[in-house]
Ligand binder design. Structure first.
Ligand code: TRP
Length: 72
């Protein structure tokens, strides 16, 4: 099973950051887009429906792989 219990934490470092969920399976497409304004946060998981998450905009992430940001 590709799912885990891990959560990822996303903090927007500017207005209008998009957190986009991409579908699991042979067809990889956007299924959900969430817009965060500066300092808004989202906690998300990879699920049966979501195999990848695309983040557009400046944000800081915490995952099991560490903390990273694209805001410098
Ligand atoms: N209904 C989606 C799902 O269960 C909700 C979701 C979970 C989601 N993780 C996400 C949406 C990450 C966007 C990004 O898969």
């Amino acid at each position: 099973m590709a799912e885990t219990n891990d959560y990822i934490v996303i903090k927007a470092d500017e207005d209008g950051v998009n957190v986009i969920g991409l579908t699991r399976g042979t067809d990889t497409r956007f299924h959900h887009s969430e817009k965060l304004d500066k300092n808004e946060m989202m906690i998300a998981q990879f699920t049966e429906h979501t195999s990848a998450i695309k983040i557009r905009g400046k944000a800081t992430l915490q995952t099991a792989h560490g903390e990273m940001s694209n805001n410098q």
